[in-house]
Design a protein around this ligand. Sequence first.
Ligand SMILES: Cc1ncc(C[n+]2csc(CCOP(=O)(O)OP(=O)(O)O)c2C)c(N)n1
Length: 262
Amino acid sequence: MELKDLIKPENLVYDKSKVQRDVYMHYCPGCSHGVVHKILSELIEELDIQDKTIGIAPVGCAVFAYNYIDVDWQEAAHGRAPAVATGVARLNPEKFVFTYQGDGDLASIGSAEIMHACNRGENILVIFINNGIYGMTGGQMAPTTLEGMVTSTTPSGRNTDLNGYPMKITNLIAELPGTSYVTRQAVHTAAAVRKCKRSVKKAIQNVLDKKGTSFVEVVSTCNSGWKMTPDGANKWMAENMLPYYPLGDLKDSIKGEPISEN
Ligand SMILES: Cc1ncc(C[n+]2csc(CCOP(=O)(O)OP(=O)(O)O)c2C)c(N)n1
């Protein structure tokens, strides 16, 4: 008998969205990717857009996102998701198209693609998981790595003289006229998850209303890559990442209109 057969429906207080496939995830315990997948799956179900959603999967830890969220997917080469999404969204204007990208993917190898897609105001949602490192390949420094942060390629901590400064790419994206809604969220507490879900819902709605690019950064943990416990990583993130990457909306307008005050 399987575990699910032992659970009485009347005692069920936690259930998966119907858009989440009933499979085991490969993510490490404590990883933020699974929480963001859940938010997306719940919203796709709530907004009844499962049949019209197309995700563009990244390279990185979320490469298997297509195994977990039950919508149509297209895989893209590392960093190229916004370019692929451009083609998919333009050819299928009635669909809801989103990319899902890590910080190595979006802010490093794909920095040109994301800038130009957002500048063109492609009608897509971008989910940007900023865990400060290249998670999948062993925790190397990413553009978003904090000053002094230890990674596998900066064992003495990021040195800005050698490695440059941590990049707030979401702030740059908020400056681009093609973007309509740009926000930075997190999922390290129950309250943050609820707030993030509200923001992703608004971002999806903007795309459904054809308002231009919506961009949601999720400041995230990678406790395996950071060599911390899940709880320790959440605390470290709150104490170290959030002061540099403060949460909140950076822009809320319609395509082409100036940035509203923070
Ligand atoms: C063109 C190309 N360059 C490099 C790689 C190797 N690679 C695979 S995953 C990855 C890191 C991904 O890091 P990130 O985008 O931050 O996502 P995370 O794994 O942290 O979620 C790299 C460099 C690749 N697959 N393709």
